[in-house]
Write a protein that binds this ligand. Structure first.
Ligand code: NCD
Length: 300
């Protein structure tokens, strides 16, 4: 049985702590030592949805570990001939030592993991889960705020369809005394089944009430997951974080975003001290180096 990362629900606090510490250790190593961690190993990316950060940071991570990467190009693959995602995935798992899969459908990564011997990493499945994003979110929060226990975290935007939100909420419930303020229009609030599944102090509002937060996690309205154009249009401009809004936050608060942003954070905010989303994206590399090397069974 391979070790996989499919859902944050499969992680506990000590596993998260050990992956984050490993990321810190690897990040502190000289580059010439990092490339000794996985020489000759191959990471395959199997992405059936657009991706910039997840795909490229996994590729960068594997190359910095001394390994190499192969990537499925959907439009040039046999999917275009009618091959199933399952068959394609099963074959790709024969070529790579570890596979990262992203799919518009919930459960694709799990299905592949159950039927292959190599480690499978979920790079996002529909509106369900995005566990590696959560690891880098937690790594960033820890780095920026000195820890996670006791924090007051705001989640803003598309809490219904945003898989990064769903994974992060599950993870925050593993820490002590975290309070979460869900800020969203009614139509895209956090699904009740997630709210009910976690042991977390959650307050819901549609007011942009952010002045006292330690962390504000803003998200894109997930246009591609709405059932129709009208329901998307009704909420698409619900919140725009401009300079005045962000300056109302404490100077030592962190404004995070998984990116891409499409209007919900004004670029004029980028030079404010709270704006940490680009550094957050950068953390994807050490965190994914830690995860990949761990799943490959490498000591680091
Ligand atoms: C996110 C995703 O794919 O869920 N992107 C990412 O991996 N950083 C967020 C999004 O698409 O809005």
């Amino acid at each position: 049985m391979a070790r996989d990362l499919i859902s944050v629900r499969d992680l506990d606090r000590s596993r998260i702590a050990s992956l984050l510490s490993r990321a810190e250790r690897i990040d502190g190593m000289p580059r010439e030592d990092q490339v000794d961690l996985a020489p000759g190993r191959v990471l395959a990316t199997l992405f059936f949805e657009p991706s910039t950060r997840t795909r490229l940071s996994f590729q960068a991570a594997m190359q910095r570990l001394g390994g190499s990467t192969i990537a499925l190009q959907e439009e040039a693959s046999s999917l275009a001939k009618g091959e199933t995602v399952y068959d394609t995935g099963t074959v790709v798992a024969e070529y790579g030592d570890v596979v990262v899969v992203r799919s518009p459908h919930e459960g694709t990564a799990r299905l592949l993991a159950e039927n292959t011997d190599v480690p499978v990493i979920n790079g996002g499945d529909g509106a369900n889960q995005h566990p590696t994003q959560t690891l880098l979110d937690l790594y960033t929060i820890r780095q920026e705020q000195g820890g996670i226990d006791g924090l007051s975290v705001g989640m803003l935007g598309d809490l219904k369809y945003g898989r990064t939100v769903h994974s992060l909420v599950h993870a925050l419930a593993l820490f002590d005394d975290v309070t979460v303020r869900c800020i969203a229009p009614d139509a895209i609030r956090l699904p009740e089944e997630i709210r009910d599944a976690v042991d977390l102090d959650i307050v819901e509002t549609d007011e942009l009430d952010i002045a006292d937060l330690d962390v504000l996690y803003a998200t894109r309205i997930q246009e591609e997951r709405f059932p129709d154009r009208e329901s998307y249009e009704a909420v698409k401009d619900a919140y725009v974080l401009d300079r005045d809004a962000v300056r109302s936050m404490r100077d030592d608060a962190s404004l995070l975003h998984p990116l891409p942003r499409v209007g919900e954070i004004d670029p004029a905010v980028d030079d404010l001290p709270q704006a940490r989303y680009f550094a957050q994206a950068g953390n994807g590399v050490p965190v994914r180096m830690a995860l990949v090397s761990d799943l490959l069974g490498v000591d680091a």
